[in-house]
Structures are given as structure tokens and as C-alpha cells.
Design a binder for this molecule. Structure first.
Ligand code: GLC
Ligand code: MG
Length: 561
């Protein structure tokens, strides 16, 4: 810690301590680098693009950003297939661009979290090339999960595990003599071989990767597929379909590839490393684990700081379901002393402005195509605004996904030829996949690529409705989704809502109401208008109240009471 920081902390006392645990109440904005801002006009967003747009995030009022992967990668899974953990892909810039981004972000008081992908490397990683060259039984193959096939010729995969993206989770390699060889495990794309986390070299390598980025000044890591690193040693047979980017309860025993108890010692080890650095750096788990109590194990005091609350993201739009998930989440993380987190959208799920426009209770689709039932856009946006206002009043930390502050819908009519998510190919066209939430975002209605970059190029096609949602159409416009977010984030900070204590308030069945500090928060899920208690003064609403002051359907109100 430098002198300046010591003095400041000592003077600030308890307030200083609270501030050092910035993550307990932080609003963290996810940037998907491919689709945020393109500086060079190649149609793919990049690091200089992000740096040039940092003032947007300051104006919006978030505390930190999380950057999805920007590392060298063949992009078999949009960068979640990492070929070199210590560099930047040329498509996104150079290592110096990260330094510049960190410097500029920190100068604006924004923290920066980067994505760490430890479950698998890219098949283009030097370790994998080494493993292929070295052959069966070699030390190099031990870093991955290679097995002989079943059947007389070994032409059956070692077990029946399925890839998350569809198809078998095993691919057979060709031996140096040209004959078919062993099989390797990949829970995701064939270009993403799973690492063997029982191997000391794998553990040692990731400790060094953490240090590499901590030394460069990042404020933490979002840990990809944190529930997948350890597999049950016998790779026991598992015949259920894969639903891991989802927390729907599956029948039967815990899957042998997810949420094994052995993952926790890895995170305890990492926590020591992260804590050995000044500046309150954090680890955030992407773990599709349920129930909430099992997820809470990832954020025990000596493990990670936060875990995404996907049960919240998946909860249906009813007062009962929302009450249950909020209450259970607060209890589960409270029991281990961690902040609860809240999230409605990210780069893997249908944007919530579209998801909430599907009939209540619809199972979350993995992508929507032009010939699928289409969401009700107006209803979806109305509910999305109410959901966001509800979320931003909750105590703990909230995650926003780029473009949701504009009310962006999913691109639900993208031509199939344009799709890039491996899910589309691997599922044989059964699943549309995640491209619809990854479309480059609109900044200026009348500019080429809606201001995404200096040219018309865009790696995924932008729909014409993007003009309506562009930032410059919403900035300073009363009632716009952008101004709704800005005001909410300002009030959240002023009123200390992230550090609040939630107290439920009795309300009719279709209404959710709670108090946090001086604020009363009410969401009306019912068909009939709901009453605001006499004397309550609305300070922010997701849509106008009725002329008589009652709360219409699908509206959230923040009121002083
Ligand atoms: C995580 C990422 C997702 C990726 C997968 C494999 O779930 O969020 O985008 O496809 O891991 O790395
Ligand atoms: Mg570019």
C-alpha cells in the first residue's frame, strides 16, 4: 500500500474500510468486447474502442466493468477458447491497450475485472499441441483429459457425456501414424479441451496467470465455469442431457462434471493470492449451481467474493417467485457473510427485455429465430424496466450487461446464415444459440453501424430497430430507458441502497413491497392497479403512475415513506 493510500484510509476510518470493500454494493457493467465499440472499422469491437467510450460508463453511474475475454484465440467460442492467457488478440488490440484502458478507467474511478477461463484452453494452446504430438501416456497428455475409446477399435467415446453446446463431449484425435487415436474431453466446443485440474502444473500455471494480471493492475477476475474444473474421478456415466448454463433443477444425483466439492480448494488457494495484493481485488464465480445454499459455498469467507445469482435471473415474473428467490438468496449469502448479487442479462442468455415479453412461465429459450414464436416487445420492455428498478433497489451488488441500459431487445430475427455461436452448428440447428444477445450495440441512430464503429461493418447484423434504441436518441430524454437507469443508479448511490437492509412489507398477492432505509419499493405484478400507501412520495418509477396515483400493472415505484 502506498503512503497516499495509507493516509487516506487512516483518516477515513470505518468509512474507508467500507469503501475498500467496494464490491459489496457495486454495480458492475459487463462489456462484451466484440460488440461494445469498434475503433478500427473491422466490424469487431476492440480495446481502444472501449477506452474511447469509458465516459459513457461514468455518466451512466456504474462502479466497475467486467470485460469478457480479449485473449489470443481462434474464436471458436467467441474468445472463451484461450490460446494464450498472457496476451491480447490482435483483433482486440495489443497488451499496451489493456494498460491504457486500466489507466483511463482507474483515473475515472472505474474498477476493471477481467475474465479468467480455467476449465479449458483452446485447442490452439501450446499445451494441447504438445499433448497431441507427445502421444498416449505422455506427461503432456496428463494436463488434459485423454482416454482410450470403448469398443474393439476404440471407436466409441469413453463415456456418454454430452457437450453443453450439443453433440458428444469427446473428440477423437489422429495419432502421429495417421491412425485414429485417443479421445479428449470437452464439455463445450471441440476447440475447448478440458484441463485436468488434478495436475499440479495446471494449478501452478493458473497461479502465475492470476499474478500476471494482478501485477498489471486488474481489480479482479470473473471465473468462467467455476463449477466445472473438477470432474468425478471415475468419469461416471451420465445420461442426462446437458443443461449447465441454466439452474433448472435436474432429476437424479449431482452430475459428475459439475459442482464437485474439490473445486473449493482451488478457490481458497486463489483467494490467498488475490488477498496478497493491495487494493481489494475480487474473484467472481460463474457457477450455474443450485440450490442457493450450494452456490453460497463458493463465496465463503476464504473463497470467492461474489457469485452470479442465476436463480434470480431465471425466476418467473410473478410476485410469489420474485419474493421467494430474493428472500432465499439473501438468506443463503447472508449465512456466509457474502453480498448477494443480482443479474438479469449477460452474453449467454436471452436479453431480459425480450425474455420478459414471453408468456410468464415460458422455459428460457436458448435463442430465438425468425420462425419461432416472437416475444411481445412492448410488454417485455415494460417488464424489463420494472424488473431493473426492482433489482437496483436490492441490497448487494448488481450486474448490468451492455445495452440493457438502452432497453435493447434480443435480435430475434437474425438470419441463420449469420449465426456464429457454436451451439447452432453443434446442436444441428436445434438451438439458435446466443448470437441474438451479442449484437453490436447502437450509439448513434444516424451513423454507420449505429455508431458502433467508423464503418458499416458489424460481425453480427444489427436490426433496423437499433436506430430507435441508440444512445443519442435517449440521452437527456425524460422517460427513456437510459435516463431510467441513470436516475436509478444515482439514487441507489445517494441512498446507499446497495448497503441497505431489506424488510418485507405486507402487500396483496400480486404485489411485492419492501422497505430499504427510507425507501419503500413496490412492484405491481397484478392485472389491477395497486395502491401506494397514503403519504408515500414517489421518487422514481419504471413507467408513469395512474392519474389517481395508483401503480399500474408491471410497474415498480421507489417512494419515500
Ligand atoms: C461460460 C461463458 C460462455 C462460454 C462457456 C465456455 O459459460 O459465459 O459464454 O461459452 O463458459 O467457456
Ligand atoms: Mg475493431
Amino acid at each position: 500500500m502506498n503512503t497516499h493510500e495509507t493516509t487516506r484510509t487512516a483518516a477515513a476510518g470505518a468509512a474507508g474500510r467500507a469503501q475498500r470493500q467496494w464490491w459489496r454494493n457495486a454495480v458492475i457493467y459487463q462489456i462484451y468486447p466484440r460488440s461494445f465499440a469498434d475503433s478500427d472499422g473491422d466490424g469487431i469491437g476492440d480495446l481502444p474502442g472501449i477506452t474511447a467510450r469509458l465516459d459513457h460508463l461514468v455518466e451512466l453511474g456504474v462502479d466497475a466493468v467486467w470485460l469478457s475475454p480479449f485473449y489470443p484465440s481462434p474464436q471458436a467460442d467467441a474468445g472463451y477458447d484461450v490460446a494464450d492467457y498472457r496476451d491480447v488478440d490482435a483483433v482486440f488490440g495489443r497488451l499496451e491497450d489493456i494498460d491504457k484502458l486500466l489507466l483511463r478507467a482507474h483515473a475515472r474511478g472505474l474498477r476493471v475485472i477481467v475474465d479468467l477461463v480455467p476449465n479449458h484452453t483452446s485447442s490452439a494452446h501450446p499445451w494441447f499441441a504438445e499433448a497431441l504430438a507427445a502421444g498416449p501416456g505422455s506427461a503432456a497428455r496428463q494436463r488434459y483429459i485423454f482416454r482410450d475409446g470403448r469398443g474393439a477399435d476404440g471407436d466409441q467415446p469413453p463415456n456418454g457425456w454430452r457437450s453443453v453446446f450439443g453433440g458428444p463431449a469427446w473428440t477423437r484425435v489422429t495419432s502421429s501414424d495417421g491412425k485414429p487415436g485417443q479421445w479428449y474431453l470437452h464439455l463445450f466446443d471441440a476447440g475447448q479441451p478440458d484441463l485436468n485440474w488434478d495436475h499440479p502444473e495446471v494449478r501452478a500455471e493458473f497461479r502465475e496467470i492470476l499474478r500476471f494480471w494482478l501485477d498489471r493492475g486488474v481489480d479482479g477476475f470473473r471465473v468462467d465455469v467455476a463449477h466445472g474444473l473438477i470432474k468425478q474421478a471415475d468419469l461416471a456415466e451420465w445420461h442426462y442431457p446437458e443443461e449447465p448454463l441454466s439452474v433448472e433443477p435436474v432429476e437424479g444425483p449431482r452430475p459428475p462434471m459439475w459442482d464437485q466439492d474439490g473445486v473449493h480448494e482451488i478457490y481458497r488457494d486463489w483467494r490467498e493470492i488475490v488477498d496478497s495484493y493491495p487494493g481489494d481485488r475480487v474473484l467472481v464465480a460463474e457457477a450455474w449451481v443450485q440450490p442457493a445454499e450450494r452456490l453460497a459455498a463458493y463465496v465463503r469467507p476464504d473463497e470467492m467474493h461474489q457469485a452470479f445469482n442465476f436463480e434470480y435471473l431465471e425466476a418467473p415474473w410473478t410476485a410469489t417467485a420474485q419474493y421467494a428467490v430474493i428472500d432465499r438468496s439473501l438468506a443463503a449469502t447472508g449465512a456466509v457473510g457474502a453480498p448477494t448479487t443480482w443479474v438479469l442479462s449477460n452474453h449467454d442468455v436471452l436479453r431480459h427485455a425480450s425474455r420478459l415479453g414471453l408468456p410468464v412461465g415460458t422455459r428460457r429459450p436458448r435463442g430465438i429465430g425468425a420462425d419461432d414464436p416472437q416475444p411481445d416487445g412492448a410488454l417485455g420492455l415494460r417488464r424489463a424496466r420494472a424488473a431493473t428498478l426492482l433489482m437496483l433497489a436490492l441490497p448487494g451488488s448488481a450486474y448490468l450487461y451492455q445495452g440493457e441500459e438502452l432497453g435493447l431487445p434480443e435480435h430475434t430475427t437474425m438470419p441463420d446464415e449469420a449465426r456464429q455461436d457454436p451451439t447452432w452448428q453443434r446442436s444441428g440447428g436445434a438451438e439458435r444459440g446466443r448470437d441474438g444477445c451479442r449484437v453490436p450495440i447502437p450509439w448513434e441512430a444516424d451513423a454507420p453501424s449505429y455508431g458502433f464503429g467508423p464503418t458499416d461493418a458489424s460481425w453480427l447484423p444489427q436490426p433496423p430497430v437499433w436506430a430507435e434504441y441508440a444512445l443519442d436518441r435517449q440521452r437527456g430524454v425524460a422517460g427513456s430507458t437510459y435516463e431510467l437507469y441513470r436516475t436509478a443508479l444515482r439514487l441507489r448511490r445517494e441512498l446507499g441502497l446497495g448497503d441497505g437492509r431489506l424488510e418485507w412489507v405486507d402487500s396483496p398477492d400480486d404485489v411485492l413491497a419492501f422497505r430499504t432505509g427510507d425507501l419503500l419499493v413496490v412492484t405491481n405484478f397484478g392485472a389491477e392497479p395497486a395502491e401506494l400507501p397514503a403519504g408515500a412520495e414517489p421518487v422514481h418509477t419504471s413507467a408513469p403512475l395512474d392519474p389517481d396515483g395508483r401503480i399500474p400493472t408491471d410497474v415498480t415505484v421507489w417512494a419515500r415513506a
